[in-house]
Design a protein. Sequence first.
Lengths: 434, 434
Amino acid sequence: MNPLRLIEKKRDGGSLSAAEWRFIIQSYLSGQLPHYQMSALLMAVYFSGMDYEETATLTGIMVESGERLDLRDIAGAKIDKHSTGGVGDKVSLILAPLMAAAGIRVPMISGRGLAHTGGTLDKLESIPGFRTRLTPKEFHQQINDIGVAMIGQSDRIVPADKKIYALRDATSTVASIPLITASILSKKIAAGVDGLVMDIKTGCGAFMARMEQAEKLAQSILRTAVANALPTVALITAMDQPLGNAAGNWLEVLEVLQALQNRGPDDLMKVVYALGAQMLHLAEGVSQPQQAQKRLQTLIRDGAAMDKFLQMVAAQGGDTRILRDAGKYPMAKFQQHLRSHQNGWVHEAHALKIGYAVVLLGGGRRTMNDTVDPAAGIVLQKKIGDQVEKGDILAVLHTNRTNVISEAARWMRSAFRIGPEQSEKPRTVLKLLT
Amino acid sequence: MNPLRLIEKKRDGGSLSAAEWRFIIQSYLSGQLPHYQMSALLMAVYFSGMDYEETATLTGIMVESGERLDLRDIAGAKIDKHSTGGVGDKVSLILAPLMAAAGIRVPMISGRGLAHTGGTLDKLESIPGFRTRLTPKEFHQQINDIGVAMIGQSDRIVPADKKIYALRDATSTVASIPLITASILSKKIAAGVDGLVMDIKTGCGAFMARMEQAEKLAQSILRTAVANALPTVALITAMDQPLGNAAGNWLEVLEVLQALQNRGPDDLMKVVYALGAQMLHLAEGVSQPQQAQKRLQTLIRDGAAMDKFLQMVAAQGGDTRILRDAGKYPMAKFQQHLRSHQNGWVHEAHALKIGYAVVLLGGGRRTMNDTVDPAAGIVLQKKIGDQVEKGDILAVLHTNRTNVISEAARWMRSAFRIGPEQSEKPRTVLKLLT
């Protein structure tokens, strides 16, 4: 097969066959297909797209590129949740132990934060000692024993995705719905899960800023998952403002602890329960969301979810004492209050701008090589729909870098829009697609 | 500047500024910008295009990437002709000495054949001893002394084009009108010419198969040339069947010798004279094509053009004895006649298929690393508009490889369409654009 002809075919709007994609993926992994041909092909995919069938084919071939975890000997349904990412999205840290407490097995493979979006692994690693790298054996054992494990992508699972994603990231070819679909689903399929709930964020802080794009991605994922025999549902949820109040790794862990003590912010908990209900539905066929939510609330209220969280942290080497006595955690050296200059209602708390402010403060990454300061971030005290008076604290900025505070505060100031008319709390769970 | 943002900008349909293109070209040449980012950018250009202003900017910046020849101290107008390539296109070998005989300076920088199209350098190199690499000093001296020199692209002139072209060739991004424009014009501008006549081929054997595409390329070249202060005109000429009768390097030199003895085939000479008239027009403002053609015909008839050709060959180390006594040249070991199976008229002599047959016979390249057999090729005895009888020879195949003859003959058979209705000789010079 001639790679040039395949690039040409895709460039001219054709579909590559399974044999052709297999050739591309295998020869790229072996190093025979050079990066520059792969990046040209990826840009051609960006423009020409892929139909659902081709996306499903590519997904299957990417799965073939590495090992597949086999969790079939573990009793119970293995269900994962995956979010397309946003600001303040700490849902996984609450939902994974909660669902394990409900008896579902949650083998969760997560990512790191990049640009304005946070990442589950960074949040977990802000807990001293927490290991996000487990061997396949340890991962398997922990899911069997505790019901939940949260780790990073292994080199052995879908190595094609790792190599292709790095190239996409370096060639402005990330924003392609079929490539996003294949990347997400290949990893979930290789992880051996029985079902998947997708949380597709939309709004200014999300990768898919417009609802229309979010729906397209949802459709692409649902159809591709079906074609690869992975039962999947998708929720589209709001990411116009940060989810919950905290954005920044350890600050979000603190909010997770509150949530597991039944004191989580409303918008955050709505998303947790909505996703949890869908996970229960996939695992057990339970399809009464109200009933499901009640059951999950009980598991939070009676401490079962918190126990599971602590068990998981302990199993993965994390320091649970600091979670029980969070005051001992070294906070950032500097805290600055952002106060309202006027009376009115909050109409906007722009997630993208707040995300950038978190990065500036040291809580996020500009490039994959940056290190993250776990203590840096922002805690919002006002969100959309809240009434404020002049002088009220809108947010608290946490950082160890003095030289960035005024710049971050400027971003934060521009993120808030306060007007004289009353505003409403926005909906968080926007749409369910199955 | 961040290359990712520039790829993104082009991907999203924006125009890069001069500073941005300069950054791209310089950092690609220095090796800082990796091939894979450049190829992603080139594919984005393929899809998003470039307006004339951006194409002109890129062209100027590519010129800056290397040395510029300075021919200003040589008296007289320095005019070049460039063809987009086809099958049997030996025009340069006739036209360059002819125009030098007419007093114009012709500093011609040519290319090699690839795929089904032939290349001027390969044709010249079929003359024993002919050197297509001259130093800038030798080149300059020869144009001063004889008025004409024909060489290959030097590494020092527009090195950006050399590097980018190789990448385009390996990533299916050749067929982009703005990139073709910048590639051609940057080299002509750097070569220090005062004017350029473009021969843009259209038809099944041309890069631009449809007239509409050929016109687009012509417009792009004309506007970009104007913006870079290079007076340029473009002719669109036919490439549905081979130009002249011979296709294959030495076989074409033989036809060139005939043409210089005033025995050239009609279609070929029409293109030679039409292009020559435009070169005279650029050089001298003469704008009576009939008058120009008469003058050029006289230079052929009285042997001045042939003398100039022989002078040039001698100056570049070529064996002129073999040109005077062509029967001594070692012909290909095998000749095979392709005969008509029916009575009628030739309606098609498909240039692309004939070009492939030439490659099969050893007369062309599949990849840039292939070597070319100078003796291999095809001589047509019938072309479109000719009447044929069953048993007439349509073409003679020349090759040193016995194992390919039947396959090449099959291609040749499929290239000819002979029908009972009378056919007409097609026009060769289709359109003039200024």
